[in-house]
Design a protein around this ligand. Structure first.
Ligand code: HMG
Length: 440
């Protein structure tokens, strides 16, 4: 049976930039290094007044189909993953399809459309749905369009405010893919949690510190489940490990725990043992708390070893290159991490064809999912087409006053008037309810 995976990818960032060190920190009375060093974030992407989850999704999808020289006939399924939906009945994919129908002057009536929801992990769930649909042979030769799109805004003065972001990732799922092929082995860690929720509200209610603990706990469970299901997590197996990245500091923590877990009982643990000793084993301690304390100390020492630094620099650091400048995109976040890692590898001339990625997705509420992907021979050409660096560079830097206004616009879209800060050119724009996605 043919491999199935991601054949093409396009990324669309919101057109405005909020500089966390220069603009946000002074206005909030915070030390800029809290954001740049503590969270690992420099700037965040914001949508202009004419941008929203539909326009960003449609603009990314349009470029993807155009670049791949596809017609709407080629697409049999459109799934949108989002936690910023504005319609409780009509899925966002129908709005996106409407945009694509305008520009391609054709219809998508034959395509199945849906919306996936499970916080940030929904983008990966939508990829799974597309994979299963193709593997089951129900696609009749057609491809799936999976889009992860969010305006990840928090209440003003919420601790999460500095991690905001906005953007869309469109992915084409097909047989014999150019970018990565999915493997069958998967692992899940899933539990009913209430650390981050949006029950009938625009902005999330978040217990930030707890959400970080839940992320790590579910990720560990998913890793163990992946191993039980036949996945081999030896750290040398993977060229890159893209994680869900709400902010790079979260991944820094997850990576340290992940590395400690994956080297356990391997020759890598033996190699580092000469320097820092073996990992603490629970049976050697009188209490669980003592064990946890020893484990924490071991992990800290482990991250200071040369072995860990080299592994982190190769497999984790490159995946954070985009996120540092765009913030959290919720459903799109792990997919920008994958693209960033591959883009950095391309720039460094690394030969990754046939190598594996270990992808760690996560959504609050809460569920982590781990799976492996194999990098395909066409990856360099495909990644070479991305223009996300140019988009990031061209964003309009906003003042704090503008930021306050634009935040209000996205909070009460109908009632607050504000002129756009950038000019749309040949793209879909939001032009008032009922005229969604009109192309200017
Ligand atoms: P906070 O209270 O603003 O920050 O909350 P802090 O005081 O904890 O500081 C953050 C880090 O900066 C710490 O580093 C500080 O030490 C350091 P750490 O100890 O963690 O290594 N720091 C400094 N470093 C250098 N110089 C300084 C300085 N000051 C402090 N001067 C928090 C941070 C993440 C809780 C907040 O931003 C938040 O609530 N964010 C939203 C929730 C979130 O992102 N959670 C992540 C896990 S859940 C998830 O990923 C799911 C999600 O994407 C949603 C979904 O799935 O749908 C959010």
């Amino acid at each position: 049976m043919a491999e199935v995976g991601i054949d093409g990818i396009e990324i669309r960032t919101g057109k405005l930039k909020l500089d966390l060190a220069e603009t946000f920190a002074p206005a909030q009375g915070d030390d800029p290094e809290k954001f740049t060093k503590g969270l690992g974030l420099y700037t965040s992407s914001f949508p202009d007044v004419y941008e929203d989850i539909v326009t960003m999704a449609a603009n990314a999808s349009h470029r993807l189909l155009d670049r791949k020289d596809l017609s709407l006939e080629d697409i049999g399924r459109i799934d949108v993953a989002t936690e910023s939906a504005f319609d409780k009945s009509k899925p966002v994919s129908t709005y996106v399809a409407g945009c694509l129908e305008q520009v391609f002057e054709d219809d998508l009536h034959h395509a199945n459309k849906g919306e996936r929801k499970f916080a940030c992990v929904a983008g990966t769930q939508a990829l799974d749905d597309a994979y299963n649909w193709i593997r089951a042979g129900r696609n009749q030769g057609r491809k799936a369009l999976v889009i992860a799109t969010d305006t990840a805004l928090y209440e003003r003065d919420d601790p999460g405010e500095s991690t905001q972001g906005a953007g869309a990732v469109a992915m084409l799922i097909d047989e014999n893919p150019d970018l990565v092929a999915f493997s069958d082995a998967q692992g899940y860690g899933s539990a009913d949690e209430t650390d981050f929720l949006k029950p009938n509200q625009q902005f999330p209610s978040v217990d930030g510190k707890r959400s970080m603990q839940v992320y790590l706990a579910r990720m560990r469970e998913a890793m163990e489940d992946f191993e039980r299901n036949g996945g081999d997590t030896h750290p040398d197996n993977f060229a890159l490990i893209p994680f869900h990245t709400p902010f790079p500091g979260m991944v820094r923590r997850a990576a340290a725990l992940g590395f400690r877990h994956c080297i356990r009982g391997t020759e890598v643990e033996e190699e580092v043992a000469d320097e820092i000793g073996h990992q603490p084993r629970e049976e050697s301690f009188d209490s669980h708390d003592e064990f946890l304390e020893a484990q924490k100390e071991y992990t800290e020492t482990l991250t200071e070893t040369e072995m860990y630094s080299q592994w982190y620099a190769q497999t984790i650091e490159p995946t954070l290159a985009i996120s540092r400048y765009v913030g959290n995109w919720y459903t799109g976040s792990v997919h920008i991490a994958r693209a960033a890692g591959l883009q950095e590898a391309l720039e460094e001339g690394r030969d990754l064809t046939g190598r594996q990625l270990l992808v760690g997705s996560y959504g609050s509420g809460a569920q982590a999912e781990i799976h492996a992907e194999t990098i395909q021979p066409g990856w360099e050409d495909e990644l070479g087409q991305l223009n996300i660096d140019e988009q990031i560079e061209n964003r309009r830097d906003i003042s704090f006053d503008e930021y306050e206004q634009i935040h209000d616009v996205h909070n009460h879209a109908e009632s607050i008037e504000m002129d756009p800060l950038t000019t749309p050119e040949g793209e879909f724009v939001f032009d008032g309810w009922g005229r969604m996605g009109e192309r200017k």
